[in-house]
Write a protein that binds this ligand. Structure first.
Ligand code: FAD
Length: 351
């Protein structure tokens, strides 16, 4: 089998990149070893314009958001499943001091809104919100629809291998790569956190971080909004919510822990006036770089090998715009942004 691109991994990075390449007229084969707790399967798919404890507008948000909306809407049409859902993020403000900081940072931004009185009143039955709330216009990407639907699409088009890439069998030549009966002009690694074991890109400083989440039921409480305080509640249908997420940079394994469950439950108890029931707990590892920017480009010594990774905490909002830039770079030799180009780490490459 001969293809232009062999993509390793079908998380949000491999999904969006393979679609973008196909749209550019390239033949693509995706190879993915199914991992139930890949970052993309555990994530809630939230797109939030305002992030962090200092309420800063997310990096390049105004440029990347429209690209994301267009791509996810296209995939929705192509795959016939809901993928993109605009949502209000109802931010419960934790103190007067943080309320001031929040207002100072966000007043005047087009995606901010004061919550209507009626909404505050309704939420008052369920939420403890003595310092009020503010609405940020965000969205969720319905990853639990998108990832399996894209997988089926690839299968139907004979473009998926459900297996692990065994790097010891990979042959790299000047014109491309060979792997078993596959030859490809380029191989692009979209392996998420598994990148740290990749011998071609081990000079890149990744700073992986583990996140844990709960699935909870809050009997009788139903809203389409994301509700956020120290934890985010992301609706999963009726009165069930994804609750997350924690961060840990030093961790022995990918297994859920009692310690992080307690942190998430503490956040829930602070937020809710009503009882809840924990249905499940999951953990996954975010593929973050030390400078918290995407990491992409072609290998300095083996230019048929590429990397598309480092999406960190924001895979859903970043992947579409970054994939467009990666494809323009590889197919039309357009420069990547300095902030995302793998070249920023070339001084660490020993050859
Ligand atoms: C708890 C948590 C909550 C999050 N919440 C959000 C959120 O709300 N919004 C948001 O935008 N982002 C969120 N993120 C971040 C987001 O999940 C990541 O940015 C994104 O999923 C990274 O996608 P990826 O495709 O690079 O990696 P992954 O999703 O990890 O996918 C990598 C894929 O490659 C496969 N693979 C690896 N090695 C091989 C190999 N050798 N052969 C074959 N296949 C291989 C894996 O099996 C996997 O399927 C969250 C992350 C976590 C952990």
């Amino acid at each position: 089998m001969k293809v232009d691109f062999l993509i390793i991994g079908q998380g949000i990075a491999g999904t969006v990149l393979s679609y973008t390449l196909m749209q550019a007229g390239q033949s693509v084969l995706v190879m993915d070893e199914y991992k139930p707790n890949s970052a993309s399967r555990v994530a809630a798919g939230v797109i939030n314009p305002v992030s962090g404890r200092r309420f800063t507008v997310a990096w390049q948000y105004d440029q990347i958001y429209p690209v994301a909306v267009q791509l996810y809407r296209e995939l929705e049409q192509l795959l016939g499943v809901p993928v993109f859902k605009p949502r209000d993020i109802y931010n419960v403000l934790p103190s007067e001091q943080l309320k001031e900081a929040f207002m100072e940072r966000t007043t005047g931004l087009s995606y901010m809104e004061d919550p209507p009185e009626e909404k505050v009143k309704t939420y008052g039955q369920w939420l403890d919100q003595p310092h009020g709330a503010a609405i940020v216009k965000g969205a969720t990407i319905l990853l639990h629809n998108l990832l399996p639907a894209w997988r089926e699409y690839l299968k139907d088009h004979n473009s998926l291998r459900e297996e692990r890439l065994d790097i010891s069998r990979l042959e790299i030549g000047p014109e491309g790569v060979k792997y078993a009966n596959i030859s490809a002009r380029y191989l692009v690694f979209c392996e998420g956190a598994a990148i740290v074991n990749n011998p071609w890109f081990n000079y890149i400083p990744f700073l992986l971080n583990k996140g844990e989440v709960l699935t909870v039921q809050i009997p009788g409480f139903s809203t389409p909004d994301i509700v956020k305080r120290s934890v985010s509640l992301v609706p999963q249908g009726e009165d069930t919510y994804w609750v997350g997420a924690t961060f840990a940079w030093d961790y022995p394994d990918e297994v859920p822990t009692a310690e992080k469950r307690e942190i998430l439950e503490k956040g829930l108890r602070q937020l809710l006036k009503v009882p809840y029931r924990v249905l499940d707990q999951l953990a996954a590892v975010r593929p973050s770089g030390t400078d918290r920017r995407p990491i992409m480009g072609l290998h300095p010594g083996y230019p048929s090998l590429g990397i598309f990774n480092g999406l960190g905490t924001k895979g859903c909002s970043l992947a579409p715009a970054m994939a467009a830039e990666f494809v323009a770079h590889v197919l039309r030799n357009e420069p990547l942004q300095v902030d995302t180009d793998i070249k920023r780490f070339f001084n660490r490459y020993k050859g």
